[in-house]
Design a protein around this ligand. Structure first.
Ligand code: GLN
Length: 468
């Protein structure tokens, strides 16, 4: 980790002696006994710092939780430890998951240096992405509320997977926006990501939003055989005028590759996409303002200095003013406003309606019926199996470029990732190399996103494998 300390990918690391002892006692990975590229046994896994661990503090990169030590492991961490994985450290992030560049952290920004220049690592799981990209771990856990695993993957040239909502337990994961929060996985290839997914994709009775065993049993367990011809949807609404030509070229190249492998391409329309970003930035802060109300320095979080007898309201305000960074404060204000009596009809309710329309758009184009909304399971005669589109409209920006940008600018990075989040669909970002002129200042890779119908996680992973 020392060699990469300047990248600031980790907030805290595990005790090196205990990590070494675990590596020594694990059954693998000696070249002979751990040949399974999907097995986490004996392998190092980094954990985003909003996922609770008993042996390392959990801060969510916030001043308000800077001293928090969880007495329990999150279910996903327990799943991984039971499978032999070694938690190597807690990764840097945007405070409480709010951001797109991992610059809004109490512990300073994470840097990505894929091509020698300091670039945005994406956010909010930027620390996990950089830890994976630099080989400091085999795989990493992140969280994805509106793109926080996929965007960092696209910006760092790694694979980032957001499973269907409700498959991976959120118990022990610090909430940002409950109806959107999903644990996600980052790795350098599809094998490691799928290996972590297989271990963590289990029902958890402690998480009320964990998909119940009966519905789980209706989801496809395996991907279709590689020989099956797939219908790949090309969402024309993602071909926006501000799409970087290099990204558009990589998109075309990926489509051609799938076509060469025998799959067919189909133009589709997802017209509500244009409202998805605004809807997301009303709904996510609304949920966040409610979730973060508990950090008042009395029940939760570090408390600001105050004499005995200081009125509670003064102490709350001081604690929250000191403990939360500016982006989190902005989101709390936004959320509190959109939920207030005078604004709820025009903002929160409208955004909920837009969310429903985004979901319906996806259901219209997929050949498989949505297993959550329809009483019958099966396929329609028309429709596509997966969608292929870019993960982000541009390559990873330089850190110097984003320093003075307005908050709204950062929100725009999420324009292609939030629709799948609003609909709870599985989506993966895979790195596609881009052509560059010699000495070009461009990043080396961009991310292509594969989106599937709810529960088609294995299909999405299989298509990702074909693209890599
Ligand atoms: N960038 C988005 C936001 O700030 C998404 C974050 C996430 O997925 N946690 O809300």
């Amino acid at each position: 980790l020392g060699r990469y300390r300047h990248l600031n990918a980790f907030v805290n690391v595990a005790n090196p002696e205990s990590v070494l002892a675990r590596v020594a006692t694990a059954a693998g990975p000696s070249p002979t006994d751990n040949v399974d590229p999907r097995s986490p046994n004996g392998r190092l896994v980094a954990i985003k710092d909003n996922i609770c661990t008993t042996d390392i503090p959990t801060t969510a990169a916030s001043g308000i939780l800077k001293d928090f030590q969880s007495p329990l492991d999150a279910t996903v961490v327990r799943n991984l430890r039971e499978a032999g994985a070694i938690a190597v450290g807690k990764t840097n992030m945007d405070e409480f998951g709010m951001g797109s560049h991992t610059t809004h952290s109490h512990f300073g920004a994470t840097k990505s240096q894929v091509d020698g220049t300091d670039r945005s690592a994406g956010g909010s799981s930027g620390g996990s992405a950089v830890a994976v990209a630099t080989g400091q771990c085999w795989a990493a856990l992140g969280t994805d509320t509106g793109g926080s695993v996929r965007l960092p993957a696209a910006y760092t040239g790694t694979v980032g997977f957001k499973p269907s909502y409700g498959l991976l337990s959120r118990w022990g994961v610090i909430a940002y926006a409950n109806s959107l929060d999903t644990v996600g996985i980052l790795g350098n290839d599809v094998d490691s990501v799928e290996g972590v997914f297989d271990i963590t994709n289990v029902h958890d009775h402690q998480d009320p939003t964990s998909l119940d065993p009966t519905t789980r049993s209706c989801l496809p367990i395996e991907a279709p055989p590689p020989s099956r011809t797939l219908k790949v949807g090309v969402p024309m609404d993602y071909n926006i005028s501000t799409l970087d030509p290099v990204v558009r070229k990589a998109w075309l190249r990926s489509l051609q590759l799938l076509q060469k492998r025998g799959h067919t391409l189909h133009k589709v329309r997802l017209p509500a996409t244009q409202h998805a970003l605004s809807a997301y930035y009303v709904l996510a802060p609304a949920e966040a303002s409610s979730n973060l109300a508990k950090y008042d320095g009395v029940r939760y979080g570090s408390r600001a200095e105050g004499k005995d007898g200081t009125p509670e309201s003064v102490l709350f305000a001081k604690t929250r003013g000191e403990g939360f960074g500016p982006e989190v404060q902005r989101r709390i204000l936004l959320g509190a406003f959109s939920l207030s009596a005078q604004a709820i009809d025009n903002y929160f309710i409208q955004a909920q309606k837009a969310r429903r329309v985004v979901q319906q758009d996806f259901d219209k184009v997929f050949a498989t019926l949505n297993r959550l909304n329809s009483s019958e399971y099966g396929n329609k005669t028309e429709g596509v199996d997966v969608l292929l589109c870019p993960t982000a409209p541009t390559l990873a920006p330089r850190l110097s470029e984003i320093q003075d940008q307005k908050p709204l600018h950062a929100y725009m990075n999420d324009v292609f990732t939030v629709p799948a989040s609003l609909a709870g669909l599985p989506a993966i970002s895979v790195p596609i190399r881009v052509d560059q002129a010699p000495n070009s200042e461009n990043a080396e890779a961009t991310g292509m996103q594969i989106i599937g119908q709810y529960g088609d996680d294995k299909l999405v992973l299989a298509v990702a494998r074909e693209l890599l």
